[in-house]
Design a protein around this ligand. Structure first.
Ligand code: G3H
Length: 541
């Protein structure tokens, strides 16, 4: 049997899907949260087809799992008006609420979110094809992130609950919200990466316009009533519609104060430019990346292989932090490829609910065409697929291709393939790898593999000034979430981490006064009567 037929067999008939992984029913969303209400929708809808195909009489077909509204600019503008009204120039209930009360609302929301875990995890799996185990991890990691954010804000608030006195002037310095935040997340971590911006933005007192990603949309539906019930009206609004139809108008309005987007630098740049007053717009962005692994002649090959396999192929390479190009010293290239190809051959492929599965179907409909294009282009420029069955596809599934030797004429050298292709470039001199990183338009992370301390040191110093994280004998990754996650060049703007994110979505404001008797008395009275939420010495335990 040829390998395409083998791959076709990973897809099953409807009746063979294990019952515990099925959605309770198709989800046809006909409402959305705006201005504190679930607004009914009778207009156009987008049908959601899972990357998981089903064996039918007509062959393999993507399974229909539901549909959601395609609203227009008019509805998006109404939601924008709701967010602007809820912010009310910083005088709304939410932006003026005390930190402890805001934390309480987020805790309540998290409780309701946990009640929806089963459905949300299944929706992550069905909408983007992520393995059930990883979908569960994504949910749990998000809940942990919310709790860590709450703790971090409590610490920040405790540190700000006193006064600083310098040169006869006393001040209380706290962080205030920025306004209306337009938040857009990516399809590969549709819950986690969206919430790593949405939750910090929200908890700092901003009001939110949230546009769910193109894939991984329905999973946000079960959370909308929780948002409605836990926050004042208009604080969280979920907008639907084609991004290019509804988002530019929102930016043109000049009423968006923060753009937070995990996606492409091209889209981010265009959106930023459409804001009439760029100086009033803060951007917190996680963008494209082409993280490199550098395997030197002194590397422990089996450890490098282990790390690079996970780094390049977990969730089929669809991570912004994935290793998307592997530089290997020519003297160890054959051995590296031998071990790497064998390790690829060990990865389990199949349906996302299967235990231990690593490789699963891809959500983007035109992805396989693009991956094939990259491979043809590499072959035309002198490379080949060097692993068994590499690049074979069936319906929405693409078996990983290890492509070697890759050079600068190829798409795979420059483009972020965001999928299961591992381009391998041989090198003779480490300087070539440094030059690649200097010339790259990306600057997120790099992984260096070597057991030689001097060699590692000689790479660390130039590379920390090219990227934002140098991983030593370790794959690239975002976590742990308390570490700063950012990038240089076209890879990011601003820094995310539990502690950085709450700073990114707020600005320091202070109340200052000359230390004279009248002022001391007035300030003491405010604090004593607890008459200001901002100027307060209350301590959150
Ligand atoms: O897609 C980018 C994610 O932030 C990657 O997170 O490195 O923990 O998988 P991760």
């Amino acid at each position: 049997m040829d390998f395409t037929s083998t791959l076709q067999k990973i897809f099953v008939e409807e009746k063979d899907i294990p019952a515990e992984f099925l959605l309770p029913s198709q989800i046809h969303q006909r409402e959305y949260l705006s201005n504190g209400e679930m607004v009914p929708w009778n207009g156009q809808v987008h049908e959601v087809f899972s990357p998981i195909c089903i064996k039918t009489e007509n062959g393999l077909e993507r399974k229909l799992i539901g549909s959601y509204p395609i609203c227009t600019e008019a509805e998006a503008q109404q939601s924008l008006d709701a967010a602007v009204a809820a912010y009310n120039n910083g005088r709304g209930e939410w932006p003026t609420m005390g930190v402890a009360e805001r934390i309480h609302c987020v805790e309540q929301f998290t409780g309701k979110m946990i009640e929806q875990k089963d459905l949300i995890v299944k929706l992550i799996m069905w909408e983007i094809g992520k393995s059930f185990a990883d979908s569960t991890k994504e949910f749990d990691r998000t809940v942990e992130y919310i709790y860590a954010t709450i703790d971090s804000l409590k610490n920040l608030d405790r540190d700000s609950s006193g006064f600083d006195i310098v040169d006869g002037i006393a001040a209380q310095v706290r962080r205030s919200p920025l306004g209306v935040v337009l938040c857009m997340g990516p399809f590969n971590y549709p819950l986690n990466e969206t919430f790593t911006t949405l939750i910090p933005a929200l908890i700092m007192g901003n009001t939110i316009l949230f546009k769910p990603p193109k894939f991984g949309t329905l999973l946000h539906y079960p959370l909308q009533e929780a948002f409605r019930d836990c926050f004042p009206k208009g604080v969280v609004n979920v907008i639907y519609g084609r991004g290019n139809a509804i988002v530019p108008g929102l930016m043109h309005s000049g009423k968006i104060n923060v753009l937070t987007l995990i996606g492409s630098s091209k889209v981010a740049n265009e959106l930023k430019k459409s804001h009439p007053k760029v100086n009033r717009l803060r951007a917190v962005l996680g963008l494209d990346a082409k993280n490199a692994a550098i395997v030197t002649s002194h590397a422990d090959i089996s450890l490098s292989v282990k790390e690079i396999i996970t780094g390049s192929l977990s969730f089929n390479g669809q991570r912004c932090t994935a290793l998307k190009i592997v530089w290997v010293h020519r003297s160890v290239a054959d051995e590296f490829l031998r071990q790497f190809n064998a390790a690829v051959g060990q990865l389990k492929y199949g349906m996302p609910w299967e235990k231990g599965v690593s490789l699963t179907p891809l959500p983007e409909t035109n992805k396989i065409e693009y991956l094939n294009e990259c491979i043809s282009d590499a072959i035309a420029n002198g490379a080949e697929i060097v692993n068994e069955n590499g690049g074979t596809s069936a319906a929405s599934f693409f078996y990983p291709a290890v492509v070697y030797p890759v050079n600068s004429k190829m798409k795979l050298y420059h483009e972020e393939q965001f999928g299961p292709i591992v381009p391998v470039v041989p090198f003779d001199d480490l300087e070539e790898t440094i030059e690649f990183l200097i010339e790259s338009t990306h600057g997120q992370q790099v992984s260096i593999f070597s057991d030689n301390a001097d060699e590692i040191a000689s790479l660390i110093d130039p590379l920390v000034n090219q990227v934002s994280r140098v991983n030593v004998n370790t794959q690239c990754q975002r976590g742990p979430d308390v570490f700063p996650f950012t990038g240089r060049k076209d890879s990011a703007e601003g820094t995310l981490s539990v502690a950085d994110a709450i700073r990114a979505f707020s600005i320091r404001s202070l109340v200052a006064f000359k230390m004279n008797e009248t002022n001391k008395q007035v300030i003491n009275e405010i604090v004593h009567k607890d008459s200001s939420n901002f100027l307060s010495t209350k301590f959150i335990f």
